[in-house]
Design a protein around this ligand. Structure first.
Ligand SMILES: Nc1nc2c(c(=O)[nH]1)N[C@H]1C(S)=C(S)[C@@H](COP(=O)(O)OP(=O)(O)OC[C@H]3O[C@@H](n4cnc5c(=O)[nH]c(N)nc54)[C@H](O)[C@@H]3O)O[C@H]1N2
Ligand SMILES: Nc1nc2c(c(=O)[nH]1)N[C@H]1C(S)=C(S)[C@@H](COP(=O)(O)OP(=O)(O)OC[C@H]3O[C@@H](n4cnc5c(=O)[nH]c(N)nc54)[C@H](O)[C@@H]3O)O[C@H]1N2
Ligand SMILES: [Mo]
Length: 662
């Protein structure tokens, strides 16, 4: 689809679209240099692994560092914590062995995400509790994952680092740490001990609005387990100290020695990725920030989490050398997802070229000069390598067991359709610009993944098919691709790896005393969370079952209950506000306001408003919240409060005012 001068879109052939986009890109690069071209990849890149790799190769080939993704508006602290703490090469024991699990602002029963087995989490949770595992939930809402909790710390949003610091204090004070493991593998314990000292369970209990006994009990249950894990979700990540929260959680695991030891079975072996040797030793901390390309705004740079997406709107709007003039949106929907929707709208409207790939006219597509329709996932071959990769990106992520799958395309595209695959956009553009493309399986992964380099330079005269691409990428797979292909429904392969002992000369240590992280903690200690008189409620994030971010909203069957995103409030708060279910309210933050429809939720902590994102429309489209809901991105500011490393702004625990009766 091409946007006409009147703003509406009309169909053109894909060849013509590619020619025109390539010509425009060439013109922009000639005039302003390669930095004027930016890429944003959204969550749907997971539908076909090579697409992100090829998009990255394209950016490298044109020479632009402006490569952004949804990661830095999700859980970027996960990679920052890995950099500050280091990682454990041997991985983690099996979930089945866990005697306790802490969920911090993570609701895996709905989201199938984060540090909890993603394969049927509801059943896994039920079975685990039945075998005696103690579940500890830290969440202002009694979520679908909380029903079986031994302890639910229904804390005030934004108090996670304090709660973890208090638990660490208990673990260290009561001698519950694994001193043998620490002696050999961990450094910085004394610094950590000092840093958590101000966080007594009693003081934190007041701050977080929970009982001190429960904090102490949670710490003891965790540390006295033979093995226990922690799953982190977007809740803490959006509440401004996501990197620190993830770091403290990882430190707590290391203090207790909850990592696999020599001789243990490797729980997350490779199948489609090349073989690796898991050793019972640390990969040392690495430089995770101040490393990437410079932004021109707010002193932000790239980091181990990637480029700061929350600064891209400003970067686009800031005139001068290096200004971004063209943006390719790959399988994402910035106008639903980016914080500060009005700013994003202004920025994306100002571009000389906006290209979006996607199969529906999303809010972003509506603004785009070109909308490229890709084949759908069931129309292309697919594989499970993403499930193997994800373990390198954060604590306790990924699937256990040697699972692999290669699923051939299931249905052909509709007859007469003119479609390309997402990755072909970049191949075709590179070809038209006279550039080559070198792809790699380890592309985008940090060094601690210890993957052998595996680069393939694509033939730019004869286009590979997507199955040939997968053949190239998995040429050195642990299980031969031909064998994986024999099981189109997926299988557990016969891969049994054991964790090797540590190298005799290994001096690497996991660091629980990172100065920058502990400094952030001490700043929190002296700046307690206070309620804001004018904005007495805290808005918190929430995922809903039928919709994946913005995806699914165009299918009315998936929105059978409500076509909008209700603002959930505690019934007692509704009484206090004089509100009843179905009332239209105004939700106001210091930065913006939206209209929403109230629904009661007795599972909430009082004083919170729980509402899901990626609803509403473009500015001007969604004045009636009963039609398509509201875009809560309009309540957020990217500049008022943000993480200085990754740029992620406050997206949860956001002070808001609720006004009834408009
Ligand atoms: N206020 C607030 N803001 C948030 C969040 C929040 O909780 N609250 N969550 C944040 C998080 S965690 C994330 S990850 C981001 C998400 O940000 P995005 O990834 O930008 O948003 P999605 O809605 O997931 O966009 C996916 C798009 O890809 C399309 N799509 C689906 N499959 C394919 C495919 O195979 N190919 C192509 N080309 N397109 C496809 C879908 O139709 C949809 O338009 O939003 C962030 N923003
Ligand atoms: N069905 C469905 N599944 C999805 C998605 C979807 O939209 N729909 N989105 C996908 C994406 S992109 C992602 S990133 C994942 C996210 O998956 P999750 O991280 O599980 O996402 P949420 O349910 O938004 O947030 C988790 C919990 O954080 C709590 N919370 C909010 N603020 C705080 C806080 O300050 N501290 C604490 N401790 N808790 C807090 C909320 O009450 C909520 O229960 O889900 C993925 N899976
Ligand atoms: Mo996400």
């Amino acid at each position: 689809m091409k946007r006409g001068s009147a703003g509406g879109h009309y169909s053109i052939g894909s060849e013509q679209a590619l020619d025109e986009i390539a010509a425009k890109l060439r013109e922009i690069i000639d005039r302003h240099g390669p930095r004027a071209v930016a890429l944003y990849s959204g969550t749907a890149i997971v539908s076909f692994f090579p697409m992100a790799t090829i998009a990255g190769a394209f950016m490298k080939s044109i020479g632009s560092p402006m490569r952004f993704s949804a990661n830095t508006i999700d859980k970027p602290g996960a990679q920052i914590a890995q950099a500050a703490h280091g990682t454990w090469q041997g991985g983690s024991p099996p979930f089945e062995a866990a005697e306790a699990w802490i969920l911090i602002g993570l609701n895996p029963v709905i989201s199938k995400s984060g540090g909890f087995p993603p394969n049927n989490p509801a059943r896994r949770l039920k079975e685990a509790v039945a075998r005696g595992m103690k579940l500890i939930v830290i969440d202002p809402r009694a979520t679908e994952s909380t029903a079986r909790a031994h302890i639910h710390l229904q804390s005030k949003p934004g108090t996670d680092p304090q709660l973890l610091a208090a638990m660490i204090r208990v673990i260290l004070a009561e001698g519950l740490a694994d001193s043998d493991f620490i002696l050999e593998n961990v450094q910085g314990v004394e610094e950590l001990r000092k840093a958590v000292h101000p966080f007594s369970p009693e003081a934190v209990a007041v701050e977080a609005g929970v009982s001190a006994d429960n904090i102490v009990e949670a710490a003891r249950v965790f540390a006295q387990s033979r093995y226990a894990g922690i799953g982190l979700g977007v809740g803490p990540s959006f509440s401004l100290h996501g990197g620190l929260t993830d770091y403290l959680a990882t430190c707590m695991i290391s203090l207790c020695g909850f990592w696999s030891r020599a001789g243990d079975v490797v729980q997350r072996p490779h199948v489609l990725l090349p073989p690796y040797k898991a050793k019972a030793q640390a990969s040392p901390p690495f430089k995770g920030w101040g490393i990437g390309p410079q932004m021109r705004v707010r002193g932000l740079t790239g980091s181990a989490a990637g480029m700061p997406t929350a600064a891209l709107s400003e970067e686009i709007l800031l005139e001068g050398e290096g200004q971004v003039r063209a943006l390719i949106v790959l399988a994402g929907n910035p106008l639903m997802a980016w914080p500060d929707q009005l700013l994003a709208h202004k920025a994306l409207s100002s571009l000389e070229l906006l290209v979006t790939t996607g199969y529906e006219m999303s809010s972003t597509a509506k603004l785009s000069h070109y909308v490229i329709a890709p084949k759908l996932t069931l129309e292309i071959d697919g594989d499970s390598s993403e499930l193997e990769f994800v373990k390198y990106n954060g604590l306790l992520r990924g699937i256990e067991g040697p699972y692999g799958r290669y699923a051939p395309a299931i249905v052909p595209p509709p007859e007469g359709s003119d479609l390309i695959e997402d990755w072909e956009l970049f191949y075709e553009l590179a070809k038209r610009l006279g550039l080559g493309l070198t792809i790699s399986t380890s592309y985008g992964l940090m060094d601690h993944a210890h993957l052998p380099p595996n680069s393939v330079t694509l033939d730019m005269t004869v286009k590979p098919t997507s199955s040939e691409l997968l053949e190239m990428l998995y040429a050195n797979s642990r299980v031969p691709l031909s064998e994986v292909k024999n099981h189109p429904h997926g299988a557990m392969f016969d891969v049994e790896e054991r964790v090797y002992p540590r190298d005799a000369d290994c001096t690497a240590r996991l660091d629980v005393g990172n100065p920058l992280m502990l400094e952030e903690l001490s700043e929190i200690a002296s700046a307690p969370v206070t309620a804001e008189l004018d904005f007495p409620y805290l808005m918190i994030c929430r995922r809903i079952n039928n919709i994946m971010n913005s995806l699914g909203r165009s299918n009315p069957q998936l929105l059978s209950r409500t076509p909008y995103n209700p603002a959930y409030l505690h019934p007692d708060d509704m009484v206090a506000l004089g509100a009843t279910e179905g009332d239209v309210i105004s939700l106001e933050s210091k930065f913006g306001s939206v209209k929403a429809i109230i629904m009661a939720d007795g599972d909430l902590r009082r004083g919170t408003v729980s509402i899901t994102h990626s609803f509403g429309g473009l500015p001007g489209e969604d004045d009636d919240p009963s039609v398509m809901g509201c875009n809560i991105g309009r309540l957020l500011s990217t500049t008022a409060e943000f993480d200085p490393i990754t740029g992620i702004p406050r997206m949860s625990a956001l002070p808001v005012r609720v006004t009834v009766g408009l």
